[in-house]
Design a protein around this ligand. Structure first.
Ligand SMILES: Nc1ncnc2c1ncn2[C@@H]1O[C@H](COP(=O)(O)OP(=O)(O)OP(=O)(O)O)[C@@H](O)[C@H]1O
Length: 764
């Protein structure tokens, strides 16, 4: 490859750039001074027996100082992460260039021209594909410390901080050796404070006198580089220990007591730390992957399509007013209602301790290891899956605030809320980079992102809720989200939440899903005792003892008998509180006139002592209301064929785990169900008529067939159900290939048909 030439002007410009050492987070350096030469030779391991330094053909006379720091460990074996024929890897070589553990190296910064990152090699690794990498501990410049309050003002022009942050980088990104010195050694060698431009050390020499966790801006005490570091393996380990120990921030959360001056200082620190959402890292330059070919620019897809970056959607937040608790919850009823509301975030999640611990430990391990993970969480509706995951994320976020855990990005993608499952790609990309791009571009970019290493990539936790809704025809969205965490550089942690246990097997085949190595956590439905605990814990501290424990038990038993769904139990109890509250208001005496309830009470229809209290009777009323709402009434009044069809649709959805089914298959299912119904007297007709054309024109014909006005053909039922908004049909013209899905909650259908003698035997 020809040597690059530059005009004098270009050279001056380059030199100027190089003089502005540490101008960004990466450092500038002369790219004409490439120690590795311009030929892309393959990288090779140096094994223990080969005594690498003796074979050093580097010919780089000025390298002596660079090597000085490693003198004491020459020929000493280093920690190895892979072995070949029982030989230990002690270094790596490309042509005449060699490096070992403990060496400080320059790594190319992608798209940054002459810029480079500086890191210390801590170990070598080779993956199953044969890709050779080095685990590098980063040096950071003061530009990376964004905390204005803690940023030091005494940094020197070419000072770097060694930081407790590591990344695996391919050996191809190594671009030469860096020389690290104490400030004293540096000024002794370069009294002017500048490395002469002609020197081979120009652009490669840095001062290091402190360690720093750049995220929290926590510094170690000042040290003398040459005292603490001679390049031995022990020195690397001691340095890592020192950094971990001394850059752990002592920041504590604000106490309820009067803040001290120190607390106030730290509280200021937290100003930009929005509670509940992990802070996003600033975008940083990236180390390039292989030196050749260059990876395409950020705004090009791997297929060289231009990416149109859309402006992020901007929301104008509504003004928020925080009302005092006393003001909002002026009565025990109001307090109870708000605590029982399903949108309230409970203080605790009783009966989910094991599931919480399991999700927490998997997530924490993946974030701190910087690895990917895919956790598949299943359980029927209302079993606390979403609530548990959100609580885990909130707690992990608190650990980040306490500097006990590395930063992570959190993004929630809800299958119910995305119009097209492919939008998930755009949402993930936006969470990672802040750019909104089309789904297909986002997919290209994500593919490239997860297949290539980037220094200091922040782990990303994705909650994919209502996964069933995201399953597309070719399963590509689900496959990608399950597959990416397994890619070595992705640091992607996917929490997939679905109602069915075996959705991956059903939709991706056993072979693929077992290769994906999902971690599975199942949330069982709540028992009535558990539902009682959940409700009682929400009511804790509500004054006035307004809910009888018998009433809570009654509601819990009723719900547990059907579904074990905490949402439904909470809804019933909240409604019961509303009814009791209305009773209490009614009972309030209006001056001069006896209240209606008082009259009722006097008549003995309701004992006055229960007025305004939630009793079993109040819960019964609430349940009754829930079961007599217009939707319930509509469902109960459906013709038998429509009921069988809905039962079949639910059975099918449950079996496949996919919200959408093919109409023809649902009709077949209905037929099977009908056959099972031994006592059914109208099923025979349904079977005959099942294949009748199902478009609108057949309405009247189908009705004519019917001997019983309650029985319509399946085809007519499909149309009627669609028009009532109970099911959704892909097209107006229903044929066997159309897709059909339930547009109301499965629970509503279950509740309506629970005691229906005609349908309850159909085994759905
Ligand atoms: N153990 C619990 N303690 C307190 N509240 C709970 C508990 N489990 C669930 N809940 C509450 O029940 C409601 C439903 O829970 P959540 O949304 O987490 O269920 P889910 O399993 O994700 O349901 P779906 O599959 O329908 O999304 C929420 O209001 C939640 O706070």
């Amino acid at each position: 490859m020809p040597h690059k030439t530059s005009t004098p002007q270009q050279h001056n410009a380059k030199a100027e750039r190089a003089r502005r050492l540490l101008a960004g987070s990466a450092v500038s350096r002369e790219d004409s001074d490439d120690e590795l030469g311009y030929e892309d030779l393959p990288w090779e391991w140096i094994y223990e027996a080969q005594k690498p330094r003796e074979a050093d053909q580097n010919g780089n006379g000025d390298d002596e100082d660079a090597a000085a720091s490693t003198k004491t460990r020459r020929n000493k074996p280093v920690r190895a992460t892979s072995r070949t024929q029982d030989q230990k890897i002690i270094g790596a070589r490309m042509g005449s260039f060699q490096c070992q553990v403990g060496d400080c190296v320059l790594l190319k910064a992608e798209g940054e021209g002459s810029k480079a990152w500086v890191g210390m090699i801590c170990e070598f690794a080779e993956d199953e594909t044969g890709e050779k990498s080095a685990n590098v501990m980063w040096f950071s410049s003061e530009h990376e410390i964004t905390n204005k309050h803690k940023k030091r003002s005494d940094f020197l022009p070419n000072e770097l901080y060694i930081s407790p942050s590591w990344d695996l980088n391919p050996l191809e990104s190594i671009n030469g050796k860096a020389i690290i010195m104490s400030d004293k050694a540096f000024y002794a060698k370069y009294p002017s404070g500048k490395v002469p431009r002609k020197s081979k050390e120009y652009g490669k020499t840095f001062i290091c006198r402190r360690g720093c966790n750049t995220r929290t801006a926590t510094y170690t005490e000042e040290f003398v580089w040459e005292d603490i570091y001679h390049g031995t393996e022990e020195d690397v380990e001691a340095l890592i220990e020192r950094l971990k120990r001394d850059t752990k921030a002592t920041r504590k959360r604000q106490k309820a007591t009067k803040p001290t001056e120190d607390d106030e200082f730290h509280a200021r620190d937290n100003v930009d730390d929005e509670p509940g959402t992990p802070r996003k890292r600033q975008k940083t330059s990236t180390v390039s992957t292989p030196r050749k070919p260059r990876t395409p620019s950020k705004l090009m897809t791997p297929s060289h399509k231009r990416v149109v970056v859309k402006k992020p959607l901007e929301f104008t937040p509504l003004g928020t007013r925080i009302l005092a608790a006393d003001h909002v919850f002026s009565s025990p009823f109001q307090t109870a209602r708000s605590r029982l509301h399903v949108s309230a975030v409970p203080n605790t999640l009783p009966c989910r301790e094991d599931e919480f611990a399991s999700v927490y430990s998997h997530l924490e391990a993946a974030i701190s290891d910087g690895s990917g993970a895919c956790i598949y969480i299943s359980g029927t509706p209302g079993t606390g899956k979403t609530a548990t995951v959100r609580e885990v994320v909130a707690q992990l976020n608190a650990s980040v605030m306490e500097d006990e855990l590395d930063d992570f990005i959190f993004v929630e993608i809800n299958g119910m809320k995305v119009a097209d499952p492919h939008q998930s790609y755009s949402l993930l990309w936006e969470a990672l980079k802040g750019d909104r791009v089309s789904p297909s571009h986002a997919l290209d970019l994500l593919e490239r992102e997860f297949n290539h290493p980037t220094p200091r990539r922040v782990p990303c936790v994705v909650l994919m809720d209502e996964l069933d809704q995201l399953v597309t025809k070719n399963q590509s969205v689900m496959y990608n989200f399950f597959n990416w965490p397994g890619l070595r550089h992705s640091k992607l942690i996917v929490l997939a939440v679905a109602n069915t246990m075996d959705l991956p097997e059903r939709t991706l085949s056993n072979k693929i899903s077992s290769r994906l190595g999902l971690t599975r956590i199942t949330f069982p439905g709540y028992t009535h005792e558990q539902l009682m605990k959940i409700i009682q814990s929400r009511l804790e501290g509500v004054p006035g003892n307004i809910v009888d424990s018998d009433a809570v038990q009654f509601a819990s038993r009723k719900v547990a008998a059907v579904s074990g769904d905490a949402r439904r139990a909470l809804d019933i109890c909240r409604r019961a509180v509303e009814l009791a509250e209305a009773d209490a208001l009614e009972a309030e005496p209006v001056p001069g006139t006896p209240s209606k309830s008082a009259v009722k009470a006097n008549k003995g229809s309701q004992p006055s002592k229960t007025l305004g209290k939630v009793t079993i009777a109040t819960v019964k009323r609430a349940i009754n209301e829930a079961t007599t709402n217009p939707l319930q009434q509509c469902l109960r009044g459906l013709p038998l064929s429509a009921k069988v069809l809905l039962a079949a649709l639910i059975a099918k959805t449950r079996r496949t785990g996919i919200a959408e089914s093919i109409l023809g298959e649902v009709l077949d299912e209905a037929k099977r169900m009908a056959k099972m119904d031994t006592g059914g007297n109208m099923i025979e007709f349904l079977l005959k008529d099942e294949l009748a054309p199902t478009n609108k024109n057949m309405h009247s014909t189908a009705r004519q067939y019917s001997k019983d006005p309650r029985v319509l053909s399946m085809g007519t039922s499909v149309i009627d159900l669609m028009e009532a908004g109970i099911i959704g049909l892909e097209t107006q013209k229903a044929d066997r290939t159309s897709k059909i899905r339930l547009s109301i909650g499965e629970e509503d259908v279950k509740l309506a048909f629970k005691d229906d003698p005609e349908i309850k035997n159909l085994g759905f």
